[in-house]
Every structure is written in C-alpha cells, then in structure tokens.
Design a protein around this ligand. Structure first.
Ligand SMILES: N[C@@H](CCC(=O)N[C@@H](CS)C(=O)NCC(=O)O)C(=O)O
Length: 215
C-alpha cells in the first residue's frame, strides 16, 4: 500500500486507521502549496487534486471516507457489518466528519491561506464559525456519556479524529467537555501516536486560536 499524504491533512485519518489495523504502508508526501497536487501524475491518482489517495491491490482510491470504508471491508475490522444495528450510525458519523472537515477547510482558507489578507471576508468567517459551532454542539450532545461515536472504537473515530485539533482553533473549548474528553481518549491511543509520528507534524497552524477580526 502507498498513501499519498500531506502533513496536517485528512490523510492522518488513513494513517491512524492503518496503524490501528497493523497494516504496512509506504508514505509519499506532498506540499499543499508548491503545485505538486496539480501535476498530471498526481491528478491521475486523485482527479480533484486532493489528499489522501491510497494505492492498494493494483487500484487507487481517493476520498478519505471511501478509503476508510474500503479498508474496513478489506480487513473486517473497526466497522459494524452491513445490515447490523450500528451500521447506519457508522456511515452517518463517517460522513458527518467530512461535512465538518469542509467547514474547517473553509476557515483555514479564510484565516490562513487566502492572500492578500484584504481578500478575506469577515462575514464568511463569521458564518463558517457559526456553522462549525453547530456541528460541535451536535457532537457534544452525542458524545455526552459515551466513550466513542459507536458503542466501541471504530473507523468513524479515525475519520473524526483529524478534526479534533482543528475545531478548537476556531471555536473556544469552553462548553465542549465531552468533545475534549473524547479528544484526550482518541489522542492517547498508541496507534494515533504512531500515526502522528509518521504524519510529519502540523503544516497549517501557526497560532493556537484564530479570532474573527473586528469589522
Ligand atoms: N472529501 C475529500 C477532501 C480532500 C481534501 O480536500 N484534502 C485537502 C487536504 S486535507 C487537499 O488535498 N487540499 C488541497 C487542495 O484543496 O488543493 C476527502 O475526504 O478526501
């Protein structure tokens, strides 16, 4: 297996799951900003020019949610089987994680990547911060009194795990004790620690918190 990867990106979801599963995997690293995600060679692997993509068994899979589902089917681990009681919840939380990640990505663009800074839109930052808070309140309600998203640890937790540091860069942690406790549990897992060590650090955030500027 070969994982096409960028430090600080959604490919941490896949690295973490691979570590949980005890699978071997090579890593091919790219930069988000040097144009290497737009070369014909990379677009042949991932047509939207996005990370992650996984080469496996002579195929290439792109979209982190699809990779997660594929790996759980391949190994029979970390997901309830189709037509069993928690299958619907599993699929829902896998895709919820990506809905939330898209809001985080928009906030990263507003606060960090967009140049010149005068091109940034404060109303859009405010809107996306509120949209992020809606997803966090939903997660907080779901996690209250639970250890994991489902009745036991699953690949849905790996999908969501990537979001857990980023969300608190834009919304303060006060009011989210269940998410904070869940984050501590997730990040204490040895497989998460191994994945983080292989992932190559955080290439995005220079600050702990990004305030929406006053208008
Ligand atoms: N829905 C896709 C999103 C992938 C995505 O946007 N990845 C980011 C890194 S986290 C990326 O490749 N960004 C580069 C770009 O937008 O050009 C997935 O879950 O794999």
């Amino acid at each position: 297996m070969r994982l096409h990867h960028t430090p600080g990106s959604r490919s941490l979801r896949i690295l973490w799951l691979i570590e949980e599963m005890g699978l071997e995997c090579q890593i091919h690293s790219y930069s988000l900003t040097d144009g290497s995600l737009r070369t014909p060679e990379f677009l042949a692997l991932s047509p939207a020019g996005r990370i992650p993509a996984l080469e496996i068994e002579g195929e290439v899979i792109f979209e982190s949610g699809a990779i997660v589902e594929y790996l759980t089917e391949l190994t029979g681990q970390f997901a309830p089987a189709p037509r069993t009681p928690e299958r619907a919840a599993f699929l829902s939380w896998v895709h919820f994680a990506e809905t939330q990640a898209n809001i985080l990505q928009a906030l990263n663009i507003h606060h960090i990547f967009l140049r010149p800074e005068t091109a940034r839109s404060v109303p859009l930052m405010q809107l996306d911060t509120k949209r992020l808070a809606v997803t966090m309140k939903a997660l907080e309600r779901h996690l209250a009194g639970r250890e994991w998203l489902l009745s036991e640890f699953s690949a849905a937790d790996c999908m969501l795990g990537f979001n857990l540091d980023a969300m608190f860069r834009f919304v303060r942690a006060e009011g989210f004790p269940a998410i904070m406790a869940y984050r501590a549990r997730a990040q204490a897992r040895p497989a998460y620690q191994r994945a983080l060590a292989r992932a190559g650090g955080d290439a995005i955030y220079a600050k702990d918190f990004y305030e929406v500027p006053d208008v």
